[in-house]
Design a protein around this ligand. Sequence first.
Ligand code: ASP
Length: 449
Amino acid sequence: MNMELDRNSVRTVVCKFGGTSMADQSSTEQVADIVKSDPARRFIVVSAPGRTQGGKKVTDLLMECDKEISETGRCDKTFPQIEERFRPLHGGISDEAFDRLMKDIKEQIESRKSRDFCISRGEYLCAYLFAAKIGFPFIDAAELIAFNRYDGYDSEKTERQCRARLKNVERAVIPGFYGADETGAVMTFSRGGSDITGSILAQIQKADLYENWTDVDGILNADPHIVPEARIIDAMTYSELRELSYLGACVMHPDALLPIVKAKIPLNVRNTFHPDQNGTLVCSNIHSTNRHTITGIAGKKDFRILWIHKIGLNTHKGFVRKVLSILEYHGIVFEHMPASLDTMNILIPYASMQPCLAKELADEIKESIHPDSIQLLDKIAIVSIVGRNMFQRVGIAAKMLTALSDNRINIRMLIQGCREINVIAGIDESNYERAVRALFDAFLAADEA
Ligand code: ASP
């Protein structure tokens, strides 16, 4: 159980319920019970209903609607499926009001011809119906979350709008995922963006806690596909979550952390279907000591290393800048860049670099800095041990390297920053699963201290 939070002192909780929580009648009953069980749960952000067995997410159906409208001007084929998804959730309003609401929404999405407006209606309808069901006021996210047509999310205007609109509002249900620009036109965040809405509202409302309710018991300390006995992390810091989520272990939208980190609001990831579990608590400081030296193991495949060699590289001014500006010009992002006296290693995710760019990139780098040698190494994975308790502890890296070497896993690259929150090894992709397993056994197995 996480000991870091005194529930008795919690007055305002912003809760976000994801698509699986809002998927059908029985799950929304669970959500209603959760909300009602604690009066501090005052601001409820919801996603559109997610996938049901054999069915699709409502947002995906709305994307199909948008396509149908662009082809035929109407959405007669797809919209009825959406209507059927919402019908069981309309307990708070009469059948006539429901039919009228759905007719209006269909007409609006057909006439406005805006993709963002169309795909935002899942959250709109879900929040509207859920508010009626639990007897909370509904507040449209278009009145709260501000976008600028060209620059995206506008935090200052959002703060002003929320302060004005939510002043004296005791409780509300608010749709996630979207807001409106200066003309009132709806704009959305990227997919999964309801997490961001919840986080923004938690920051602005100075919530004592942001609860993110999903369909897992919390954040696991390793990938359960590789380590079936991986366990839920009880509590961790924002930095640890960043390091773990960055490598794929997270259940939240990556942009959702920033607002709550800024305002130091604790985050609790919880399971709607197991509300008796405490989930994972994430905050700026953890006082309890973790029995293990590390908190979790993260990892990811699909990297390549751009390796550049030039004798005396360390004495060439502007070398790094020139290479990075070539990457920037091609829109290539990199994740790590360990360097030594004569070499530079740039770790690039596959998704960020088309293979057809390799030759062009190499030619441009050759022309710009005349390296002695340049190579692109493919099929690289990274594995990382993450943990606040590693700081100033001797022997952690040694233990990691021993675990890898005992399993005959060669290390192609090694990174540790001076904050000592993680050690990252670059390895051949074929060794990835064995490496995660070996690190789990070494650091996190039940009998390992
Ligand atoms: N409904 C949107 C999606 O499916 C946003 C969200 O669920 O957060 O991505």
